[in-house]
Design a protein around this ligand. Structure first.
Ligand SMILES: Nc1ncnc2c1ncn2[C@@H]1O[C@H](COP(=O)(O)OP(=O)(O)OP(=O)(O)O)[C@@H](O)[C@H]1O
Length: 263
């Protein structure tokens, strides 16, 4: 199996005719964890949704490759089968489908016919991963996300990550709404995946999460593109000083919330 590689080249994304992502470039390899931070409204979630193929986001130019294959040519389910995972890619609630059923189907969707995971292996794996995440076994038999608290949904997303073992994961604000203990547990889950067969992009507002998951690279996103890249120390400086020093350093003018941006 080829080592994970996600390459985003000169990506431009528009929503309803307004350009949000502008000339965005990033490469993530297996073994690497990257974090993207940035002020509100700079296009972080748009980037994640566009890569996963959300129909509302129009890719006006640029390329996205997974292991050399053109992701933008693939249907959404093909992207998942090719090994791309987005923490928010699943419908928030599915009545009548248990968490376990859903995960087993998702695992099997990525496998060839005749190579499906056996029920025994599946149950063993799910038990093991739920242990990592300190989750009650009862969760596997609950309907997907129905009545899950905000924190439980996030924990469940990480359970999906551990079960599906994607090549590349994009985790959009997995820390929002988590209590401190849950934050540690969710971080343990991501750290559990760490290794040459896995690359990860974490979108977050807070350095707090990065205390538990040490990123190899931290990127600052402003006005639809990466404007600065550094190591874990960059996140610490952002936490302490905010974004103004970067704007000053790079001569970036603030845009008002909701303001039309110039292409
Ligand atoms: N459906 C939409 N219609 C119009 N504008 C949109 C739509 N979705 C997003 N936008 C705009 O795109 C810009 C980027 O939004 P996005 O959610 O990607 O930002 P973000 O960096 O993730 O922000 P935050 O840090 O607040 O989560 C914002 O100005 C937002 O108002």
């Amino acid at each position: 199996m080829s080592a994970p590689n996600l390459k985003i080249e000169n990506l431009h994304v528009a929503i309803e005719g307004k350009e949000i992502i502008k000339d965005f470039n990033l490469e993530i390899n297996g073994g690497e964890i990257h974090a993207i931070m940035g002020p509100n409204g700079t296009g972080k979630s748009t980037l994640a949704s566009a890569i996963m193929g959300h129909p509302k986001y129009e890719i006006t130019s640029g390329k996205v490759f997974l292991g050399g294959e053109d992701v933008l040519d693939m249907e959404v389910d093909e992207r998942a089968r090719a090994g791309l995972f987005l923490a928010m890619q699943y419908p928030s609630e599915i009545a009548g489908v248990t968490n376990a059923d859903f995960m087993r189907s998702a695992i099997n969707a990525g496998r060839e016919e005749g190579k499906e995971i056996s029920l025994m292996k599946f149950i063993r794996k799910m038990d093991e991963k739920m242990d990592v995440l300190d989750m009650d076994q009862a969760f596997s038999q609950r309907y997907l996300n129905e009545g899950f608290s905000g924190g439980e949904k996030k924990r469940n997303e990480i359970l999906q990550l551990l079960m599906l073992e994607p090549k590349i994961a994009i985790l959009d604000e997995i820390d929002s709404g988590l209590d401190i203990d849950a934050l540690k547990v969710v971080s343990n889950g991501v750290n559990d995946m760490r290794g040459p067969e896995f690359g990860c992009l974490i979108i977050t507002h807070y350095q707090r999460l990065l205390n538990y998951i040490t990123p190899d690279k931290v990127h600052v996103m402003m006005q639809g593109r990466i404007v600065k890249t550094g190591g874990a120390e960059l996140a610490e400086r952002l936490e302490a000083e905010g974004y103004d020093w970067i704007k000053e350093e790079l001569g970036i003018e603030d845009e008002k919330v909701g303001q039309e941006t110039q292409a």
